[in-house]
Structure formats: structure tokens, C-alpha cells
Design a protein around this ligand. Sequence first.
Ligand SMILES: [Zn+2]
Length: 450
Amino acid sequence: MAVLVLDKRKRPLMPCSEKRARLLLDRGRAVVVRVHPFTIRLKDRVGGDTQPTRIKIDPGSRITGMALVREGADGTEHVLWLGEIAHRGHAIRDRLAQRRAFRRRRRSQLRHRAPRFDNRTRPAGWLAPSLQHRLGTTIAWVKRLRRWAPVTAVSQELVRFDTQKMENPGVSGVEYQQGTLQGFEVREYLLHRHQHQCAYCAGRSGDPVLEVEHVHPRRRGGSDRVGNLVIACRCCNQAKGNRTAGEWAEALGQRSMLDRTRKANAERIEAGKRPSLRDASAVNSTRWALFHALKATGLPVAAGTGGRTKWNRQRLGIPKGHALDAACVGTVESVVGWNCPVLAIKASGRGSYQRTRLDRYGFPRGHLMRAKQVRGFQTGDHVRAVVPTGRKVGTHTGRLAVRVSGSFNIQTPKGVVQGISHRHCVLTQRADGYGYTAKPKPMEERERAA
Ligand SMILES: [Zn+2]
């Protein structure tokens, strides 16, 4: 993974290799600014040449993948940094639901209260708090990366399929099965629409090979429009042959279960009925809100489709993963240097304003500590603790949880280590609302799983 570099005036320079960063630090020409992501500042340099650098984003509901790439002159993208942000939307939703329940219970404890008259409206563009959080953290990371790297553009995966282009694809035959991006995207769209199942036999023929099939055959003038296409297994496709779905339905008997299913489905398809698309074309409000927020940063924003991301990934032989998907977003010639460690970033919040715990009826019980800091540390700090003797002997690195006693807990990659004295702890990075762990290189991870 590349090391992010700032100049003497804290302005971003081109990221450098780990080896070069180590050399600069050893010679005293640079100081460490941050550990996650690793950033150094040169002490003797002001300004320098930078190259076009792009942030690429694959927004997800639980995890958003991010990649920082350098754009070569020939269209090659050199991966500099990979990150995966784990959102805490579910935690936010659960907490708000619990708070709502407690309040309602307290309000209605003594006597019956009619529900309040609901005259409240939501402003245009309102997002639920859990979704607003997802948008906020993603934009926050774009802003952070801009502070540490000379970012000149952003790419975002905006929609699953480009349904407008899909209406008139202008692709034919073998292109659906492999071939071009447009053919690939149409095939992915159809597979999604039919839930990876043959439209005629619904998997009853037992043939696992799925193909794009023309309801009205092409040789007899059927069009290549998506409306004339379904997904069929090879067995059904060949059995149907050069007939329309209606002709095939008439020819089919009622003898076997397979024939009855095929007949019923072929009749339905002939009548123009297709499964409804659940979320493929549905406007994803959070993704669009992110798109507009990215535009507001002033950087040029390129949008890509999910179909194109997958096509790029398969064409370039890159394994699946949130950060690697992000690297494959948009128009990509080739990607190099993608096999580097991924920084897992977990949104953990910055603690709670609440200073009492509630019992199960929503009434205050006990109290939490008033001060956030204990012996100069606070929950969320990243520390390295070297314990010289005793049962906890060894070096522990990770995220800290403070206790008033000064005996802390450390969340290490291997698990929680309890009861580490503040005397052994050395701060590596201040709490900033995120927990960090370095995940192994994608290829190593895949080998380990195999
Ligand atoms: Zn079939």
C-alpha cells in the first residue's frame, strides 16, 4: 500500500512507496502525521509535481468500498490505497427505535393519552438518520482523502443497470453470452429480473446453463429489445427452437410436470407478462444524494453502473470485494497494483451524550462516568501497550476502551484484552470516530479461504 505524503505546509503530494517512506523517516526528513491511513509529512519540501488521482466509490448499505488510484496517461489505473468503510446505520436505527419506545412508555405510563395530531412534514431530500449517516461518513472520507492526497476527480457507482440504454441495446447473438459490455449488462439485468432461473421451466429441466432467449425468434424478425428477451435454460431454449413462445405453448402437451410448467409460463410470456423488477431500476435515494453531495465538492464526478463494475472486474480477473469493486467502477482500461492490503474502517461513533443507563422500562438506573478522558486517554484511542510481566505479558495494539480505575480494555485483531494498566499504554492515534484494522491482501485472503 502507498504511503500518503504531505509537504511542509501540510498540502498533499503524490503518495510514495512504503520503502521510500521508511527511508525518509530514518533520515529524519519526515514525521508521521497519522497511522491509519499511514501519512507522513516532509519537513524540508514545499510543493511538488502531482499526477491525476481519482477517488472511486462503491456505495453499499453495510460497507462502502473506496479506492484511491493514480490515472496513467494510457488509461491504466495504479491502485494507491484501498479502504472499506463499515457503516453503523443499523446501530443508529436500533437506538432510535429503543428511545422512541421508552419515551412512548414514559408518556403513557399514568393514564391514556391520545396520539398527538401528526401535522409534521419532512423537508424535500430528507433521509432517515441511518441513511444520512451513510452519506455523511462517505463524504467525510472523501474530504479526508482530499486533505491527504492530490485528488482531482471522483467516480461513483450510481445505479445497478442503465435502464434507459437497456431499452435499445443494439446487441445480438453471442454478445449476450459473453462479448461486449452492453451485452453483459443486458444479460445481468435479465438474470436479475428472472432471479437466475429459467423463465419457462423455473429450473425443473435440471439444466444449469442459462442463456438469453428471444421470445419472438430473431430469424423471424424478433427484435433485440429487452422486452423480447428472457432467460432460459439451454434445454428449454433448444426445445423451443425456431418457434414463438405462443406456438411452443400450443405444441406442448400436459403429460409431465415439466411440460405443464413450460406451457403455463410460455403462455404468460407470450401475453407480455414479465416478472416485476424489485430494486434494479428503483431510484436509490441515498446513492443519488451521495452523487449530488460529491458534485457539491467541486470535483468532476463520473457515474458508472453496477453491470459495468462487474464486467470490468471479470474482464480484468480481479476477485470480488468492496474495495476492489470500487477500483473497477466506471470506464477502466486496466488496473494494476490492486493486490495490496485493505484498510477496514469501522464507524464506531464518538460515544454518547447519555450519562445514565435506562432499565427495561425506560427509567434511569445508575450513572456513567462524567469525564470522557481518563489519565489522558479516551475510548476510541488507538494505543500500543507493552506489558512486561504478569498474565497479560506481551504487546497489544488496538482500539482502547477506558475505565475510571485506569485499567483499560484493548480491542485487538485477536479479541479484547482486559485489564491493561494505563502506564503500559502509548497513544498511536487519537479517537476520531472510527476503528481501524488492516485486512490482508485480497489474493492472500482468497488462498486462506480455499
Ligand atoms: Zn428451462
